[in-house]
Write a protein that binds this ligand. Structure first.
Ligand code: BTN
Length: 245
């Protein structure tokens, strides 16, 4: 069962249960030209994560996919706008909370991953932004790529729908900044909250592991890593912070 509603200018459809909100959003984008929409569900049975991983979808958490018309060449800006909006949402709900960003698109609360973002191509000009936010619980298995946390365990009490409303407001504000000041402002803001800038990090790509100093990101969203061999521009990978490196 689903309910069609509006949150300001966003068409919002909330389901009781579905496989993946991204699949439903991709489908919805076929007949939605000119509109922003967001799909949510209480229960998600087949959540997808980045690089073919699955997303453990525990009930009470937020599973959402936004459909926004966006030029695919501006993808890097969109990735950073979404994670910045999530960070701003948490900071707005809980002033003073320890929230940081981890390249390319994770949000860390007290040093652990609290949300994940999966961007996929929708129909025509639509980009589908799938977001999972651990609101009330988080997976605890030891084979997680990065340790996870949730808002409730950090003492932040909010339900998934109220979080969604606050998030959309923050996203609209960041979108206005992008329209006014462009990608370099978004990159500058993102970097001001990024964990590990100027420090030694490890970046794991499907092929190899690289060590070096995280010196920044460029306007195409690539991580700039100063290694002993020179400056590397990394397009995709997983970042790990190792104080011993
Ligand atoms: C990651 O690997 O960090 C990205 C996880 C993205 C999970 C969200 S949950 C809502 C949306 N629907 C999906 O199937 N995946 C995304």
């Amino acid at each position: 069962m689903s309910n069609i509603n509006y949150i300001r200018d966003w068409i919002w459809i909330d389901y009781d249960e579905l496989g993946s909100t991204n699949d439903v959003a991709i489908d919805f984008s076929k007949n939605s030209s000119g509109k922003n929409f967001v799909i949510t569900t209480k229960s998600q049975t087949n959540g997808r994560g980045r690089t073919g991983r699955s997303w453990i979808s525990l009930e009470g958490n937020l599973f959402m996919s936004m459909g926004v018309e966006f030029n695919i060449r501006e993808l890097a800006a969109l990735v950073f706008m979404v994670s910045l909006s999530l960070l701003n949402t948490i900071k707005h709900i809980c002033v003073g909370s320890d929230v940081l960003l981890k390249w390319p698109n994770d949000v860390l609360l007290n040093g652990k991953k609290v949300s994940g973002i999966l961007l996929e191509k929708g129909s025509d000009n639509y980009m589908i932004v799938g977001i999972g936010v651990n609101i009330v619980s988080s997976p605890e298995n030891s084979d997680l790529l990065y340790p996870a946390t949730n808002l409730a365990s950090a003492g932040i009490k909010i339900d998934r729908i109220e979080f969604l409303k606050q998030y959309l407001m923050q996203f609209e504000q960041i979108k206005d900044i992008y329209a006014r000041d462009g990608v370099s402002k978004i990159v500058e803001l993102w970097l001001s909250f990024a964990k590990g800038v100027g420090k030694n990090i490890i970046v794991r790509t499907p092929k190899e592991s690289k060590q070096g100093v995280f010196v920044g990101i460029d306007n195409d969203g690539r991580l700039l890593l100063q290694t002993l061999q020179g400056l590397e521009k990394i397009l995709a990978g997983d970042v790990f912070f190792d104080e011993k490196v």
